[in-house]
Design a protein around this ligand. Sequence first.
Ligand SMILES: *[C@@H]1O[C@H](CO)[C@@H](O)[C@H](O)[C@H]1NC(C)=O
Ligand SMILES: *[C@@H]1O[C@H](CO)[C@@H](O)[C@H](O)[C@H]1NC(C)=O
Length: 464
Amino acid sequence: MDVLTAFLLLVHLIPVSATKNAVSSKSRKRIMPDPVTEPPVTDPVYEALLYCNLPSVAERSMEGHAPHHFKLVSVHVFIRHGDRYPLYAIPKTKRLEIDCTLVANRKPYHPKLEAFVSHMSKGSGASFESPLNSLPLYPSHPLCEMGELTQTGVVQHLQNGQLLRDIYLKKHRLLPSDWTTDQLYLETTGKSRTLQSGLALLYGFLPDFDWKKIYFRHQPSALFCAGSCYCPLRNHYLEQEQHRQYLLRLKNSQLERTYGEMAKIVDVPTKQLRAANPIDSMLCHFCHNVSFPCTRHGCLGMEHFKVIKTHQIEDERERREKKLYLGYSLLGAHPILNQTVSRMQRAALGGREEIFALYSAHDVTLSPVLSALGLAEARFPRFAARLIFELWQDREKPTEHSVRVLYNGVDVTFHTSFCQDHHKRSPKPMCPLENLVRFVRRDMFLALDGSSTSYHEACHREGI
Ligand SMILES: *[C@@H]1O[C@H](CO)[C@@H](O)[C@H](O)[C@H]1NC(C)=O
Ligand SMILES: *[C@@H]1O[C@H](CO)[C@@H](O)[C@H](O)[C@H]1NC(C)=O
């Protein structure tokens, strides 16, 4: 299959999964593969198409669904940045030509695109913690820079923001119309693509927001662990996980052969090609319907792409089984989950600050959080992926609060390790906040080693 055929398949696929009739069990398949109905061999092209996450017209989502007597109290949104230019170039090939300026006559388009650009050009450094104030507020290079957010990436997050606006503001009135600075908590890593993604989502959520009321904090760590990043055992798990990856790669002779062929085409040593992580660049070609690069020795092709993508899927499968990544994730995700739980507890006690929190982040942020929550089956975070925690109050029993967890619009609350047995034990329709609190403050350490009772203790245990 060539890129064009894959693209035609995509154009056909997206509306199918977004039709009005699609029920939630159907959309669940998109993040949680269903062993009964999905083919046992995952199709690498289908998976790559989901990863691109090209904006579709009518996305269905389950955010904001609760029984009538529940009131929405706070919302905590974790996003991966939108579609971006590759982080690495394929050696000795012509640079992929993608235009990162934002223009109305290019697809995908969003009706708020021009207003977004005009609003961003009025922004001031005072709304950003240093060093964010030195970053551009929207992508603008006619030839994208490495890692730059594309128009697709901006549109994906304008769309996310508008979807959340319709549900949380219009339907549930989470924020009053005269909302204040304190009611939002905004945080991003120091890359232009995360800052710009956060701004696009915020603009879709609160169009024409008052710049004076916005303050984005800077998060230096992709794990959002600032202040609690030192954790020796987490690093130990990560090294073991990387060793597992290395061994799996060595076992895959087809993969080695493919890298060898590709290295010959671009005329560099295999090692150098592998180090350049060609799948990242090839995915960008694929998502943008640009054919893979050629040299005078031949062309990189869909067959190479499929072999590497298939290996990635296999790697994720083994990663779930071996549990080293789970160890890494439980420790890596603790600080941000702990912070989120604290914010939810303050809101549950009636606090009116930080009731909408947005963390603009990376795949390496979302992936450990998903794994730590027990959502190991969830697909790897696609471009503009969103993971949302909702806090609800039972109006009939105002001291009782519940949480919902949504990944890309799918309700995964009852797949999490802290609520998967809920229906067996309780007749309540919603998952109690206490379950999440107990998990983050205690059970996630027990899950790790059976005896640690705190993050500090778990991080400093000897060996595994
Ligand atoms: C993909 O690119 C080809 C030419 O390279 C073009 O003919 C085709 O229309 C494009 N497909 C889509 C869906 O944009
Ligand atoms: C978790 O949150 C509590 C309450 O806010 C705080 O006292 C504690 O230091 C946090 N622990 C970590 C490891 O961040």
